[in-house]
Ligand binder design. Sequence first.
Ligand SMILES: [Ca+2]
Length: 354
Amino acid sequence: MAFAQTALLVVAGMMGTLDAGASSPAQPPAPATTVEAEPPRPYPTLVTEQTRADKAAVAALEKPGELLLSDGFETAEALNRYFEVQGAKEGLAAIVTDIAATGKGSLRLTAKNKGGASSGASAHLWFGARPKAGRADGYERIYMRHLTRFAEDYDQGNLNHTGGSLSAVAGDNKWSGMGGAGLRPVGDDHLSSRVEPWKDWGRLQPPGYLFCYVYWMDMKLDKDGHYWGNMLGPAVAERLVPLRGKWYCVEQMIKLNTFTGGRPNADGELAVWIDGVLYQHYTGFRWRSSEAVRLKRASLMVYIHKAERDNTVWYDDLAISTGYIGPGKVGALDPMTDRPPAATAPPASTPASP
Ligand SMILES: [Ca+2]
């Protein structure tokens, strides 16, 4: 809000100068303190090439961690662990068995044709609560992996928000930060990043290339005066347009910034892997101004701004970890069954446990 007011003051000052005309005395310049009230806002840097060239950096980035959960979407009960499922009653968010990457089931999300109105379906997961007493809730660094498949006829038109996202929030309100489209987080509230596709106004085949749609305290203002999510993608030559009807493994990592003497350092990171290959890596994020803002939520969604047809996407093998996961089966839990490894799994004839 402070930035918006400052910008308005500067614009008003410029207009006054222009209106004054060449022969009139110049308007006094805006006080310097007005402009300097907004501290520098560091912006992240794309460093994928440098990281790839540095074995130690890759090893650090791809170091395994503690698996927090995995979900193979094998039974209808799988949806119960999501605190918010938009579209479940209408069958727009459902566990289905006709299409799956692994095992028998997957999560199918459909944005119905609404004659040009917005449409969506989603599932939201909260992993903020820590199981061990005495540990703070939420996490400083999280890797979110999921398999995704766009329908053969998927075409969002222009705008969509379809993909998997990570959010950091302060406090334990699971819905915190939702509904903040067009608004810049102030730093002690929330941040988010979603890996989603963009058709570049029809220049690319649907669904378009994958990039991160990011909200955080140092994001840039859009030309239209709103803080829409900033687009942080790979180098232009490395943009990947997923083939529709094919499964892809997408993994996203957010590492929050540290603090020195209570002041936020610009040392946060954002990385994405596609099918186990590093796709993009950004460093230099000042994600948050408060240490209370920690990673606690993951979401899978389809959202079409102007839905003129049904658009469907499938998700499978979601995993959340404090370290790199990679494609394939996860260690502690089998995404095929959502149970511990085979040695402790019940015989095939035993009915599924709840
Ligand atoms: Ca599955």
